[in-house]
Every structure is written in C-alpha cells, then in structure tokens.
Design a protein around this ligand. Structure first.
Ligand code: SF4
Length: 364
C-alpha cells in the first residue's frame, strides 16, 4: 500500500551484528533476552533457539560470573553461526574478553563501569580485532551519581548525557562500532532521551521501554513508547521487555513494527470489534485465523468482519477477508465480494484462499 506520509527514519551508521545489519535504514532487528542460568549450557542453548524460532533476529544472554563465562564458548558453538548472540556483562572486563574470544557477535557493557582505562582498552582492542560491536546501555538504575545530582532525577537529559559520556570513552579509544540504548520505564522519558541522543550522534539506537510490566501491561506500555519512537523515525533494533516468558517478546515486537508499517512481512488480521449487527461467532474465528497464519512470511492483510452491512467496505483495506451474515458469510477480495459460503465453511475457505495467495502452508 502506498503511504502518503512514510516514516522518515533517522540516518544512522551501519553496525554489523553477526549476519544482521543494524542501522543505515536496514530492517529494524527484533531482539529478546534469555532468562536461563548461563551456567547451564543446554538449557541456555535451548532457550536461545526457542527465542530465534519465535521471531528474534538477535538474542542476548546475561553473563553473571566466571562460572557462566567459562560456558560462553560451549554456548556459542552449539548455536548456529547464522544466529547472532550477545553477551550482557556488568563490570567484569575479563568476561567481556571471554565473550569476544568465544565468538559472541556483540557485547553489552558500559565502559564507565569497567574501571581502569587499561581494562577498557583491552576490551575495545579485542572487540576491534574481531569486528565485535559494543552496545552501551543506560537505564535508570545505571545513571552515574554526579549526573543524577546535576539533573535532580532520571530526566531525559540525564540519560542522554550518561550515554554520551560512555560513547566518549569508546571514541577516545578510536572505537566507533557502537550501538546505544537509553531505556527508561517512563515512556516520555525514554522518548525524549532517545531523541536527544539521536541528535548528538549517528550511532544506531536499540530501543526499549525497560521494566514495562506484565504480559498485557508491558505490551501496551511498549507499544506506546516504542510506537511513538518508531513513528518519529527513531529505532534500528527493538526489544519488548515483558515480565513473562520471553517467548512472547518477539511476536509483540513484530506486531508493533507491523502496526507502524515498518515491517513488510507476515499476516496482519484486521478484525471488527463486532456489534449488534454481527450474526456469526466472529471473535473465535478471528482468533483462529490469526493463530493459524502467525508463522507466514508473506505480507498479507486479512479482514474478518462481523456483518455484510459495513464489513465489505471496512475490509477494503485488506487483500482478502470475510464478512458474516445470518448463518453464512462472504469471501471478499480487495473490497469485492467473490463468493458466499455457509458459516461453518468460512474459516476453511478463507484459509485456503490465504494459502493460495501466499504459497505457504497454514498451521492446523
Ligand atoms: Fe458491527 Fe458489522 Fe462493523 Fe462488525 S463490521 S462492527 S458487525 S457493523
């Protein structure tokens, strides 16, 4: 569909994370993070692969201590090389060196937390040798005391200054293979912090709303915060953080991107809320269609409408759809009714049409 007002994405440099290109207008990469204890290699690998299968382009693991650090190579070796993985490290430069040595595709570490300058130099030097980017991640809990004191609270200005301070440390070592995040749990703070950082540099931005909440609340809060950023052109990679099984995070992130017209892939089900005119059992039908087509790669808009009064008109924005009637329904393509069926045949006929249009198999 032609958009009259396409999103103008911020111009950023390209950073390569394994096979995935971040920034420079490349597709916005979806990330999530494991919850497994990295000291258990098999459980970690299983969860990493499950997160990729759920739609992640990049998966991050936290490295707690040296016991976990010793497992990094085993984890990297057991995950397919085409699947970029990131080591999240706090304070300990030796763990960062181990992750780089093990073949991790990116590390997340704040140079300001590492300590002596020579330690940071060792990390940037190893990262440079292997072409491994570093993500600087500032959030409310990691704002330096002096910056908090200067601004009085965790304001957007405080986030931006803290991030640029970390950037300056890396730049002083001639390291520019950097990605930045400034995640606040406050959507407005995050919005302005990201915009301030965006004005001050051209590094790609990893966007997220931290501690967004439980499955439902976190989904809503992330959609508001990330949607606002994406609509204003900010964001090269995205993570939805949920207090839930992380398997839910990538599907939500992908739906946010799709809702912002920033993902030209997958099925979008447009469904009416139903009203007194609806004469079919429409809501389970819409849910079933969405579930059975969630894995499809082709870009397709599918409408599921409750009645023949407004349904065909409202389904015009879709490639294919159905509208219910009294115990029956009609199949609609590009707003035109092409055939009519009994209610019990509607799902089967619509799914068959989707298979024919996408050339992909439906999940039963
Ligand atoms: Fe109501 Fe029909 Fe509109 Fe659905 S499509 S909300 S049933 S008028």
């Amino acid at each position: 569909m032609e958009l009259n007002y396409p999103i103008k994405r911020r111009k950023s440099r390209v950073v390569k994370v394994g096979e995935v290109l971040i920034g420079g207008g490349f597709p916005i990469a979806v990330q999530s993070m494991t919850t497994a204890d990295t000291r258990d290699v098999d459980v970690s690998v299983k969860q990493i692969n499950a997160l990729f299968d759920s739609g992640c382009d990049i998966v991050r693991i936290s490295v707690l201590n040296h016991n976990a650090g010793d497992n990094l190579k085993a984890i990297r070796d057991k995950v397919d090389k085409s699947r970029p993985i990131v080591a999240d490290i706090h304070f300990q430069y030796k763990l960062a060196l181990k992750a780089i040595e093990a073949g991790f595709d990116k590390i997340r570490i704040n140079p300001g937390n590492i300590g002596a300058e020579w330690k940071v130099r060792e990390v940037t030097s190893a990262a440079k040798d292997k072409g491994v980017p570093i993500r600087i991640g500032v959030n409310s809990g990691s704002l330096p005391e002096d910056i908090l004191k200067k601004y009085g609270h965790d304001s957007p200005e405080a986030f931006a200054e803290a991030a640029m301070r970390e950037v300056a440390i890396l730049e002083s070592m001639n390291f520019h293979n950097t990605i930045i995040s400034v995640k606040s749990t406050n959507t407005q703070t995050a919005f302005w912090a990201y915009h301030m950082v965006a004005e001050r540099c051209d590094y790609p931005l990893h966007i997220g709303i931290t501690e967004a909440g439980t499955l439902e609340t976190g989904t809503i809060k992330s959609s508001v915060g990330l949607g606002a950023l994406l609509m204003t052109g900010i964001g090269d990679t995205i993570r939805v953080s949920l207090s839930a099984d992380p398997i839910h995070e990538a599907p939500v992130a992908k739906k946010i991107l799709k809702s912002c017209n920033l993902k030209d892939e997958g099925v979008e089900v447009i469904a009416c809320p139903t009203c007194g005119r609806c004469q079919i059992d429409m809501i389970p039908l819409a849910e079933s269609i969405e579930r059975k087509t969630a894995h499809l790669k082709a870009s397709l808009k599918v409408a599921v409408m409750g009645c023949a009064v407004n349904g065909p008109g409202e389904a015009k924005a879709a490639d294919v759809g159905i509208a219910g009637g009294a115990g029956m329904g009609m199949l609609i393509k590009k707003g035109e009714v092409v055939s009519r069926f009994k209610e019990e045949e509607l799902e089967e006929k619509l799914l068959a049409e989707i298979e024919a249009m996408t050339g992909e198999k439906i999940n039963e």
